[in-house]
Design a protein around this ligand. Structure first.
Ligand SMILES: [Ca+2]
Length: 503
């Protein structure tokens, strides 16, 4: 007997409603993704690593900064002992994270940082980036903070501004190349280093592909040391405002996304803290408070002794993470009814290189007792805090000794979202997801390569390779000038470290 059409439609509608109801209880396969990467923060800068042995035979870390939010976060997350920045400098690491490629594949082959004046953006237009891959997988992507892989500003004639102090920028024109050209739907932040006496880009925050202040006649001239009075800045520019502004932007982004039931999000949160964010007097530009929590003068070590203004900026990042976690814990997940956002959000907390203070060759508390600091290829320059949480999928409260570098995030996140890498995509990135869940039978012996290119006038351009428990440093350490009888560029020293040994 033929079913009358109205009844058939009613049955179909009923089935569809049942399917929807069923789906409402299923976790969306693609998690929200947050990468929060502090600047110049070492393993010893967080009490998440207090008492941790960085290698099985090493003594436990005795003293760290006190970071209450990271410590609490780590109790339900995976704490990695062997998480690495791919380079010991900002730009190189950011390039590798965003492209899944070694930084020496870029034009920074001979120098690990961008020129302090105008530069060619590091990421070529033809390359697929991590946020582009996520966009193609249905994500809404935003970048907040210090970009530092090169932007290009319009000189008014559609050409890149070329003046060292950017006096030829047409501020009313959109950027020629920036975050929105490389996969970010939205962006708020600064091109590079802000108030140390280095980079000369205008101190005017950028939203998407536009300067947020465009009236050149009302800009002020700031700068330090040889840059004094030479750097263009918005009238209300205040270095200490950056952290609070970035947090506001991130919170607003999460709030907007909490209204969307069909779109996961990617938040790339890269604050300027605790890079050398100093006022002309030499002190760090610490905000008095951030979203109601006092910061200035509040940092303490794990033994309750007082810390200094650099450490206040570490605390600033810790407090920011705490605020974001609170928001995720208290906000309903629009894609997964009955659940909070935090449950299906993959959060990665890390740093772009080792600490910006300490001994170049010796062990440093800020490095968690490792040797060296930022800009060195000793462990302290590249081994960084790396903490991962995804409550719905990953069992938390564990220590994980598998190797992961920030270059590996591209292939790993591609696995997570079900994206197959093209042959020319993220060539240097290894999928490490299986090691996060501890399923492989054998250790990860794929070699990882690290770089330290200070560039002229230094001659310590060097690389390190770690494979399993072996580490090879070629031309490493700090070598400010050629050794007698050693031609420039020749390998001056090879050193093999047994990473398993106490370090
Ligand atoms: Ca850095």
């Amino acid at each position: 007997m033929k079913t009358p059409l109205p009844i058939l439609l009613a049955i179909l509608a009923s089935n569809a409603a049942e399917v929807r109801a069923e789906q409402a209880h299923l976790r969306p396969a693609k998690p929200n993704i947050i990468i929060m990467m502090a600047d110049d923060m070492g393993i010893g800068d967080t009490s998440a690593y207090l008492g941790v042995r960085l290698s099985p035979n090493a003594p436990p870390i005795q003293r760290t900064l006190r970071t209450a939010n990271l410590e609490r976060f780590s109790q339900s997350a995976i704490v990695f002992t062997d998480g690495y920045a791919p380079a010991s400098m900002c730009s190189s690491t950011r390039y590798s994270l965003l492209t899944g490629r070694f930084a020496h594949r870029s034009y920074l082959k001979k120098q690990g940082w961008l020129p302090h004046g105008p530069n060619t953006p590091m990421i070529q237009q033809a390359l697929t980036t991590l946020p582009e891959m996520l966009q193609a997988s249905g994500y809404r992507t935003t970048g907040i903070g210090k970009y530092h892989v090169g932007m290009s500003f319009d000189n008014g004639e559609g050409k890149p501004a070329a003046d060292f102090y950017f006096r030829d920028v047409d501020f009313k024109k959109p950027l020629l190349d920036g975050p929105t050209h490389h996969g970010f739907n939205e962006y708020f932040g600064v091109p590079g280093n802000t108030e140390d006496p280095l980079d000369t880009e205008p101190r005017v925050p950028i939203r998407n592909d536009r300067f947020t202040f465009t009236d050149r006649s009302r800009m002020k001239l700031i700068g330090m040391k040889k840059r004094e009075g030479r750097i263009l800045a918005a009238p209300n520019w205040d270095l200490a405002d950056l952290g609070p502004l970035f947090l506001q932007e991130a919170q607003a982004f999460i709030t907007r996304q909490s209204q969307k039931d069909d779109e996961p999000f990617f938040l790339y949160y890269v604050p300027c803290a605790n890079h050398l964010q100093t006022n002309p007097g030499g002190d760090y530009a610490v905000p008095e408070e951030i979203a109601g929590t006092p910061i200035k003068g509040k940092s303490r070590y794990s033994d309750n002794s007082a810390a200094s203004d650099r450490e206040d900026m570490v605390l600033e990042n810790d407090v920011v993470l705490g605020k974001l976690l609170t928001q995720l814990k208290t906000t309903d997940d629009p894609r997964w009814p009955g659940h909070k956002l935090i449950e299906n959000t993959l959060i990665i907390f890390t740093s772009d290189n080792g600490p910006n203070v300490g001994d170049n060759l010796g062990r440093n508390q800020e490095s968690g007792g490792l040797r060296g600091k930022k800009a060195k290829l000793w462990e302290g320059g590249i081994r960084v805090p790396f903490i991962v949480s995804w409550p719905a999928v990953l069992e938390g409260g564990r220590l994980n000794r598998s190797i992961v570098t920030l270059t590996d995030l591209y292939a790993t996140l591609a696995r997570v979202v079900g994206h197959s890498l093209a042959p020319d995509e993220a060539q240097d990135s290894h999928d490490v997801f299986a090691y996060w869940t501890n399923t492989p039978d054998s250790p990860d012996t794929r070699p990882r390569v690290f770089f330290c290119h200070l560039g002229p006038p230094y001659l310590n351009d060097a690389l390190a390779i770690r494979q399993g428990t072996n580490k090879l440093i070629v031309g490493g350490g700090f070598q400010p000038r050629p050794m007698r009888g050693t031609p420039s560029g020749e390998i001056s020293r090879n050193q093999i470290e047994k990473a398993r040994e106490p370090i």
